[in-house]
Design a protein around this ligand. Structure first.
Ligand code: ATP
Ligand code: MG
Length: 422
């Protein structure tokens, strides 16, 4: 892709309302555009990152036996009345038709997935059942803030599982916990799993996946030596207390909740009269779990965890492009032709290897191009210039590294491919 053709450009000035690094850098880098409080458009660069993160989520949900579906955001009021959540969930957007009929805009999908699963599930032979989707969610948040971290319209992967017994749900829940940690690790995020409240879903304890960054909205009490961690909203202990698992002193830290999993028990199946027949033909109640990952928040959390004062530093796994080729203009016509030919050959070579390349083909100086490359944050920058060619090749600069080095043209494609896999 040629940068001159790419829709959405970097801007020098930070948006005046940006209250966090992700809000500032995603907008300045041309990844997203603020529409109104808590609502963003995703531009090609941002959508590329979002899709890569969602693909990682999808692969891990498939590995957990999930089947992908797609459910509506416009939902019948009757279902929400059936579960008692029409009146109890304050963040639920309720909209009125011109016919006066009321609808819910999905903030979560238990009210749709439960009757859907019920329709096709009769016997123990069809269980367990795991369904998931990646969809837009709407929530009437009192305060939208921190860029894409807390929106009123955002994307979420939500999975729902139905089981014949609590023991089977418990075992699956434990597998999901591990799958979630894999998702976040693949996205470059270190997460702490903490106990938290069940929110609008359950009275039982839930488990949150917290990316530990100073800009996190949640306060946690965590152990640095073992797995123990609690959100302060449910914490029974405080900073300095001994960890109940290992005895080490607990510390207080900030986190961004990127995922949350819930044991829903029998509530939703019971609300809809959804049961199953066991081997002897007896009707039995089902137990249910639900599992959420905010995918747009995930992109924001990655930026919070991976940036410096110059811009974003994307992990390779979710970078919008893998290589940023920056040709610098030469005053000498012959040398300029050589720069252009080298760039075209490199572009072709990398394309044939399935490597995504962004070429900064604008008629701009080195300073501006480098500043934009740092802001956009593609993992590898290759400068092709009269100077680099005289030194035998290209200037290789990793976004996460301080130093640049000269690398020969011969074997460059192989070296890039190797580095990207490492
Ligand atoms: P919070 O406590 O941050 O308001 P929540 O606990 O209400 O979130 P859940 O119902 O657990 O959110 O939703 C599952 C996941 O969806 C969250 O872990 C988070 O990653 C994401 N999410 C929730 N609310 C938002 C929002 N307003 N904007 C972006 N992502 C969100
Ligand atoms: Mg939550």
């Amino acid at each position: 892709m040629r940068y001159s053709q790419l829709f959405g450009k970097t801007t020098k000035n930070a948006p005046s309302d940006a209250d966090s690094p992700n809000a500032r850098l995603l907008e300045q880098g041309g990844f997203v555009e603020h529409v109104m409080a808590g609502v963003y458009s995703w531009l090609p660069l941002g959508l590329s990152v979002l899709r890569k993160a969602e693909q990682i989520v999808r692969e891990e949900m498939d590995a957990l036996g999930g089947q992908e579906i797609f459910m509506p955001s416009l939902q019948p009021k009757e279902y929400w009345e059936k579960t008692g959540r029409w009146d109890s969930v304050d963040i639920l957007f309720k909209i009125k038709s011109q016919t006066e009929k009321m609808y819910a805009l999905g903030c979560s999908h238990e009210e749709v997935v439960t009757p859907l699963a019920q329709k096709f599930t009769r016997s123990y032979k069809e269980l367990p059942l795991m369904l998931y989707q990646i969809n837009t969610k709407f929530r009437d948040e009192l305060r939208a803030k921190s860029g894409v971290l807390r929106g009123r319209e955002f994307r979420m992967k939500d999975m729902y599982s139905f089981h014949t017994s609590q023991a089977e749900l418990d075992a699956y829940y434990a597998r999901v916990k591990e799958g979630y940690v894999r998702v976040f690790a693949r996205c470059g995020l270190d997460v702490k799993v903490v106990e938290a409240s069940g929110g609008i879903f359950t009275k039982k304890v839930s488990h949150e996946f917290q990316a530990l960054t100073p800009s996190g909205e949640d306060t946690l009490i965590a152990c640095g030596s073992c797995e123990f961690g609690q959100n302060v909203e449910v914490a029974t202990l405080k900073e300095g207390d001994a960890c109940p698992n290992c005895g080490k002193p607990l510390f207080k830290t900030k986190g961004i909740e990127v995922g949350n999993i819930f044991d829903l028990g029998k509530k939703f199946p019971e609300d809809f009269g959804f049961d199953y027949m066991d081997e002897s033909g007896t009707h039995k109640p089902l137990v249910m779990g639900c599992y959420g990952i905010g995918t747009t928040r995930l992109v924001g959390a990655i930026v919070e965890a991976h940036h410096d004062d110059k811009g974003i530093i994307w992990p390779k796994s979710v970078a919008p492009f893998q290589v940023h080729v920056v040709p610098l203009k030469s005053r000498d016509d012959e040398k300029q032709k050589l720069v252009e030919a080298t760039v075209s050959a490199l572009e072709k070579d990398l394309a044939s290897r399935g490597i995504d390349v962004l070429v900064d083909d604008r008629d701009k100086g080195a300073g501006e191009k480098f500043a934009d490359a740092d802001l956009i944050g593609i993992p590898l920058r290759l400068v092709v210039s009269e100077k680099s060619l005289a030194a035998g090749g290209v200037e290789w600069k990793e976004r996460a590294a301080a130093e640049a080095k000269s690398v020969a043209l011969e074997g460059l494609g192989d070296e890039i491919a190797r580095w990207l896999k490492a």
